[in-house]
Design a protein around this ligand. Structure first.
Ligand SMILES: [Zn+2]
Length: 402
C-alpha cells in the first residue's frame, strides 16, 4: 500500500485540500493523511512538492502513432491538399519505426497521458501499443472505397482484429474504427458495425472533418470530386451523410472532429448518444475550422490526433491551443470543461476504469506542480493548463513511470 499526499486533489466535485490517497493498483481510500496512516500503518508515504495537484491520469482519446515521423513532409493549411500529400507519402507509414512510435508514446506519458486511443491503419503500431506503459484502446481501422475489393479488405481487417485480440488485458483493449464516410464502402461499414455489436467493441469514426468532405457527402461535388476521379476513378460518393450517420444508430460511437457538422447533424448525433473528439490543433492546421465545444450537448473529449496533423502529442499544448481558439467562451468554465475532456469524459466513452479519483478506480495519477499558490480553488484548472509542460510524477496501476 502507498499513500500519496499533495496540497490539492482533483475529484468529481472539484479541487479538495488536506487529503491524501491510499492505493495499491487501485484506489483504496481518500481521506486525511492522519486517518490513512492509522488505517495503513505500514504504507509507504509519497510526498509531492508544494502547490502540487493530483489529477487522475489523462486520456488522449484519438491519436495515430503510425504517422509519428512526420515533421515537414505533409502539406498543411487545407484538407484536400493535405490528404493528397498523405497519399503521396504512404511510404511514411512504412518508414515510421517502432522507435518513432515509442518516442511519441513517451511524449504523451511525460505530459500525463496514462491512457490513449490509438487508431491503427495497418497494425504497425501493435507492438508499441502492447509494450507501452499506458492503457491503450487499440482501434483497428477499416477503409476501402471499391466494392470489388471489399472482401479482401475485410479479411485483412479481421486478421488485424484477431491479432490484437491476443493481447487484450487490463491495459489493452481491442476496438474498431471506421475511417470515414468518403473512404469506407457501405459493405465494410455494415460488417464492421455488426462485428462491433457482436463483440462489444468500442467504435470510432472520422466524420464531417472538412468542408470538402461535407460538400462531397451532401452534394457529390467540391474538391473531393476531383480527388476521387483522379486517384480512384470514382464519380460519386459511396455514402451520403444521412446513410453514413444512420448506420451507427444502434451503437454509441466516438466520432472524430465534426468540425463541419450542422446543428441538425449535432442534434441527431446527440439523440443517438454518440460522442465527439475535439482536435483543435489538427483542425486548425488542416483548415477544417473550429468545433464549438461550449455549445455542444454531447460528451466531448480533447485529443491530439496524430503527428500527421500536429507538432506534438503533449496534451497541455492541446489544451492551451483550445483556450486560445475558443476565444469567446468564458475562460474559467472552458478550462474546467477541458480538464474533464481529458479525464472523466473519455474514461466513460472508452469504458476505462479510470479518469476519476474515486475508490475502486485504477491508481492512475498525473501530478503537476503549480509555480505558486492559487488564490482560489476555482482557478486551478486554468493555472494547470497555462503553466504545465510536463508532469512531476505519473502512476499507472499504482506503479510510478515519471
Ligand atoms: Zn484521426
Amino acid at each position: 500500500m502507498k499513500i500519496l499526499v499533495a496540497d490539492f486533489i482533483y475529484v468529481s466535485e472539484g479541487y479538495i485540500q488536506k487529503k491524501a490517497i491510499a492505493f495499491d493498483n487501485v484506489i483504496k481510500n481518500i481521506d486525511s493523511l492522519d486517518v490513512l496512516k492509522k488505517m495503513y500503518p505500514k504504507a509507504e508515504i509519497i510526498n509531492t512538492p508544494k502547490n502540487s495537484i493530483i489529477y487522475p491520469g489523462f486520456i488522449n482519446s484519438h491519436v495515430h502513432l503510425e504517422f509519428s515521423n512526420n515533421k515537414t513532409s505533409l502539406k498543411y493549411g487545407s484538407f484536400v491538399p493535405w490528404l493528397k500529400s498523405v497519399i503521396k507519402n504512404t511510404d511514411m507509414i512504412q518508414k515510421c519505426t517502432t522507435n518513432d512510435m515509442k518516442k511519441a508514446s513517451k511524449e504523451m506519458l511525460k505530459s500525463g497521458i496514462t491512457s490513449f486511443g490509438a487508431i491503427s491503419s495497418n497494425g504497425n503500431d501493435l507492438k508499441t501499443c502492447v509494450d507501452a506503459p499506458q492503457r491503450v484502446v487499440f482501434f483497428n481501422e477499416i477503409l476501402g472505397s471499391k466494392e470489388e475489393n471489399s472482401e479482401t479488405s475485410y479479411e485483412l481487417f479481421i486478421k488485424r482484429v484477431e491479432n490484437s485480440l491476443k493481447y487484450d488485458s487490463q491495459k489493452f483493449k481491442t476496438a474498431i474504427s471506421i475511417h470515414s464516410p468518403y473512404s469506407t464502402h457501405p459493405i465494410l461499414i455494415q460488417k464492421a458495425i455488426s462485428l462491433a455489436k457482436e463483440k462489444k467493441f468500442i467504435l470510432s469514426a472520422h466524420l464531417l472533418e472538412s468542408k470538402a468532405e461535407k460538400e462531397w457527402i451532401e452534394e457529390g461535388n467540391g474538391e473531393f470530386y476531383n480527388l476521387y476521379n483522379e486517384f480512384f476513378g470514382i464519380a460519386k460518393p459511396i455514402n451520403t451523410k444521412k446513410s453514413f450517420i444512420k448506420a451507427f444508430d444502434d451503437i454509441p460511437t466516438h466520432f472524430i472532429h465534426l468540425t463541419n457538422a450542422s446543428s441538425d447533424d449535432i442534434a441527431y448525433i446527440e439523440s443517438k448518444k454518440h460522442s465527439v473528439a475535439h482536435c483543435p490543433r489538427s483542425n486548425r492546421l488542416l483548415g477544417c475550422g473550429i468545433l464549438d465545444v461550449c455549445k455542444l450537448n454531447i460528451p466531448w473529449t480533447t485529443a491530439t490526433d496524430g503527428l500527421s496533423s500536429n507538432w506534438s502529442l503533449n496534451i497541455f499544448d492541446e489544451l492551451r491551443a483550445a483556450v486560445m481558439l475558443h476565444a469567446n467562451d468564458d475562460l474559467m468554465s472552458l478550462s474546467n470543461k477541458l480538464i474533464q475532456s481529458i479525464t472523466n469524459v473519455p474514461a466513460k466513452i472508452l469504458d476505462l476504469n479510470c479518469g476519476v479519483i474515486e475508490v475502486g478506480k485504477f491508481a492512475d495519477f498525473a501530478i503537476i506542480k503549480l509555480p505558486d499558490c492559487p488564490n482560489v480553488l476555482e482557478e486551478i484548472s486554468l493555472w494547470t493548463i497555462l503553466h504545465t509542460k510536463q508532469v512531476n510524477q505519473l502512476y499507472i496501476g499504482g506503479n510510478r513511470y515519471v
